[in-house]
Design a protein around this ligand. Structure first.
Ligand code: ARG
Length: 409
């Protein structure tokens, strides 16, 4: 029987070298699959052809940008998911999507295995393999890059022997992963956390110092917790994010320089750029402030925290994740409205907001004569509100001077 394997292919040297390597390992047919998830400057035709040139028997290039935005980015927006407070889960999101496609293609072609190009030190291997196990535990897994154990020179020699074109010029010192939700960059000079990230580490944004001296204002319209229009012009989520990446990146917004805790136990230093995400998530959170009832607003972050960890930690395909997302979806029904955003030299702020579902009542909030708030009810409310602590303090005298009096007696 011909042994077939589906390879997550990027077009780069590592996954190209993986093709002859998998053949050496006994696979007869390598089916290369490259997904466009909005990584900029990707020539999908070129990548598709290149896989065939270096020995793949079939090669697919799939435009998955809308699917990525609608099914994978949307939950992150609705749940304000920022890992360890600031990383919008850029790479963590694309892995389950890629595997979803690879497993389908494996089944269509009767392939018995899937190969991915992750190293053995990162989170992505866990995310890829967790998704494969969940979708089809019978599929075998190959991780050529994890298994190579080659120096750069050995890899190049192997590439040359097997007619895999080696990019000329110096290899980028960085390891970059990019999609429409953002860009992750590690390795090289960034490995020393005391080194400031040099200019060439960034790819989606200018530095705040170089950003224009005039602010940019834009109105972001939301429906059920998701952005649907910029300045009143409706557009698909993927397009909207890409437009915001451009304008926010040009204003120096969305840079994150971070030490993070990986699943595999190590701390790593990575620089991220997520300009569009910064604008959307700031706006979304502000619209929630306007439209969520207080108990929901105070409880939801607990759920968000759990969702965020689960996305980072390869638990996308789990019943708990689905159940928590059902909770979040329920909370988003009334998150409709418009938020005016100000973009200025690396900062993004919500400066105005309105909503048909606004719970802000100006007549209740005002200090003018239009006031409809019952101020007289406040005094009784305060008495009852503080009653348990009042009784406790009167019995135990923990804070009051009366305590000393008691002790001195
Ligand atoms: N540390 C991030 C994560 O685990 C990003 C990893 C992306 N990889 C890269 N080569 N920069 O989600």
């Amino acid at each position: 029987m011909t042994k077939k394997i589906v390879l997550a292919y990027s077009g780069g040297l590592d996954t190209s070298v993986a093709i002859p390597w998998l053949k050496d390992k006994g696979y007869d047919e390598i089916i290369a699959v490259c997904l466009n998830v909005g990584q900029p400057g990707t020539d999908m035709d070129f990548i598709q052809k290149k896989a065939l040139e270096v020995g793949a028997s079939e090669s697919y290039a799939i435009d998955a940008q809308d699917e990525f935005a609608d099914k994978y980015v949307a939950p992150v927006i609705k749940s304000n998911a920022l890992y360890e407070g600031d990383y919008p889960l850029v790479s963590a999101l694309s892995r389950p999507l890629i595997i979803d496609h690879l497993v389908k293609i494996a089944h269509d072609h009767g392939a018995t295995a899937i190969a991915h190009g992750s190293t053995g030190k990162g989170n992505d291997q866990v995310r890829f393999e967790a998704a494969i196990h969940a979708l089809d535990p019978d599929l075998e897994i190959e991780a050529p890059i994890r298994d190579f154990h080659w120096s750069r020179e050995e890899e190049i020699d192997y590439a040359k022997e097997h007619n895999v074109p080696v990019p000329i010029g110096k290899k980028s010192p960085y390891s970059i992963d990019c999609n429409l939700w953002g860009r992750a960059n590690e390795a090289g000079i960034l490995e020393n956390p005391w080194n400031q990230a040099p200019d060439d580490a960034w790819g989606m944004s200018v530095s705040p110092e170089e950003a224009p001296d005039e602010p940019v204002f834009l109105d972001l319209t939301f429906e059920k917790g998701l952005p649907v229009a910029i300045d009143g012009t409706p557009m698909p989520l993927a397009t909207l994010i890409k437009n915001l990446n451009k304008v926010a990146g040009d204003n120096g917004i969305g840079r994150i320089d971070k030490i993070e805790n990986r699943m595999v136990g190590i701390k790593s230093r990575e620089v991220y750029e997520a300009p569009g995400a910064a604008v959307i998530m700031t706006a979304h959170h502000e619209l929630e402030n306007l439209t969520l009832e207080r108990d929901i607003a105070h409880y939801k972050p607990l759920i968000e925290q759990q969702i965020t960890s689960m996305i980072y930690e390869a638990k996308w395909i789990t019943p708990l994740f689905d159940a928590l997302m059902a909770f979040v979806d329920e909370t988003q029904k009334n998150v409709n409205g418009v938020v005016k955003m100000k973009l200025y030299k690396g900062n993004v702020t919500a400066v105005a907001r309105k909503s048909p579902n606004s719970l802000y009542d100006e007549n209740l909030a005002t200090y003018t004569s239009a006031d409809s708030f019952d101020q007289e009810a406040a005094a009784g409310f305060i008495k009852l509100w503080t009653l348990p602590a009042t009784v406790y303090e009167q019995v135990n005298h923990v804070h009051s001077q009366a305590k000393d009096k008691v002790n001195n007696d």
